[in-house]
Design a protein around this ligand. Structure first.
Ligand SMILES: [Zn+2]
Length: 232
């Protein structure tokens, strides 16, 4: 079945509003993209708040991020390079969401992966959430060392920057951003209370949940050869 581009434009606007309303990004921050059947990509325009987008603002770009067709004053985000890297490495991914959620961004800045789940859903939904190396936004460096992680995770933190999540469709990619921020808030609360060790799920239970995640959801193996513990 061919894609309904208008519906996809509207879906991006819906996700943008949710992202802005939940304070996962401020002002014009963040960007969202969808892979199209013809090999091009639908992406959010640069310089526009994700909370106030209309479907006509969405841009269609090729794999190099160049506009396939002019779209009035709107140009695609310069952070498309990060999106494309993920699409290249994960053929199963059809949508990418990038944002700067407060708690996730603080953990990212401190190079602290989210690997101490205190809630079973956190372990089941996203597994471990690693931190990729810093890279200058707007350049290919923004991808950091994401290629070392992207095969094994659906959500990663970006050092001194924010977070990126991805999935088979734009709503799933967005929900993963929501989950990432909620997991960061949970770990923050446990740390603030000084109970992080007491609250963290025991390792044998985490292993069991990760196993379930792989079997039930055919999720990427976040405990694979790039397990965070091996990187430290
Ligand atoms: Zn950003």
């Amino acid at each position: 079945m061919s894609q309904n581009i208008q519906e996809l434009r509207e879906a991006i606007c819906d996700v943008g509003r949710k992202m802005y309303d939940r304070q996962l990004c401020s002002t014009n921050d963040g960007n969202i993209s969808i892979r199209l059947d013809d090999g091009n990509f639908l992406i959010t325009p640069t310089g526009v708040s994700k909370g106030f987008m209309t479907p006509d603002m969405m841009c269609i770009v090729d794999k190099d991020g160049n506009l396939v067709e002019e779209n009035g004053p709107w140009k695609g985000t310069s952070e498309f390079k990060l999106h494309y890297k993920i699409y290249q490495l994960r053929p199963d991914v059809n949508a990418v969401v990038h944002a700067h959620p407060l708690y996730g961004t603080v953990f990212a800045a401190a190079n602290m992966p989210l690997d101490k789940p205190i809630c079973t859903e956190a372990a089941l939904n996203l597994g471990e959430i690693p931190v990729i190396k810093y890279g200058l936004p707007g350049t290919f460096e923004i991808c950091g060392d994401i290629e070392d992680y992207v095969e094994y995770h659906d959500a990663v933190l970006m050092r001194y920057h924010g977070a990126v999540t991805f999935g088979p469709d734009v709503l799933t990619a967005y929900y993963r951003m929501e989950s990432l921020e909620f997991i960061a808030q949970q770990e923050f609360a446990a740390r603030a209370m000084g109970i992080v060790e007491k609250a963290t799920i025991p390792q044998n239970v985490i292993d069991e949940l990760y196993e379930l995640r792989r079997e039930k959801y055919s999720a990427p193996d976040s405990m694979g050869p790039h397990h965070i513990a091996n990187k430290k």
